[in-house]
Design a protein around this ligand. Structure first.
Ligand code: FES
Length: 181
């Protein structure tokens, strides 16, 4: 079986066995509905997500991004480093003309493994985690593809205004923290 087929098979198992997509986070909380569409075999599903809103912060420019070349930025506090990447394919929560610019906190939700340098451009995933091999799908809100983790990667909510990219909130909780700020 090809690697791509294995990953898709694993993604199917992860999606069908998970009870909860997103964890409850601290800070100002608002409930949002995320539509997961275009996933083979799943059609469109409505999933309730808990979102923490933080002050809007400019984090970059669309014109400065190169496809599959992640850049880091701090948000919502100076000690939380995240990853901004132009995937080249439309993604859940993506912004820009092609809805392909997304941002995530690259700390594994299992036991805090470092994922910032584990971007896989071919499959648009983050991983494998060097600790226990978890991988996360950046086109589907950071959902788990395979591995020990049970929670999606925290996704940074983005907005675009002209060429400027702003962070406005976080879906989920950064590993090891009781609050994202
Ligand atoms: S810390 Fe990443 S899979 Fe365990």
């Amino acid at each position: 079986m090809a690697n791509e087929d294995k990953e898709k098979g694993c993604l199917t198992n992860c999606l069908t066995t998970r009870r909860q997509f997103l964890s409850i986070s601290g800070g100002a909380i608002a409930t949002a509905t995320i539509l997961l569409s275009g996933i083979p075999g799943f059609g469109t599903k409505k999933v309730e997500a808990v979102v923490s809103k933080y002050p809007r912060q400019k984090i970059g420019k669309l014109s400065a991004l190169k496809q599959d070349a992640p850049v880091s930025f701090a948000y919502p506090s100076k000690d939380i480093n995240n990853m901004l990447v132009k995937l080249g394919v439309p993604a859940g929560g993506g912004i820009g003309p092609n809805m392909d610019v997304v941002a995530f906190n690259p700390v594994c939700t299992h036991m805090g493994g470092p994922l910032a340098k584990a971007y896989n451009a071919k499959h648009k995933i983050l991983g494998q985690c060097p600790f226990h091999q978890s991988t996360f799908d950046l086109t589907r809100h950071g959902m788990i593809v395979c591995g020990h983790a049970t929670e999606s990667l925290p996704q940074i909510q983005l907005e675009v205004e002209g060429d400027d990219i702003y962070a406005t909130g976080v879906i989920g909780l950064v590993f090891g923290r009781s609050s994202n700020i």
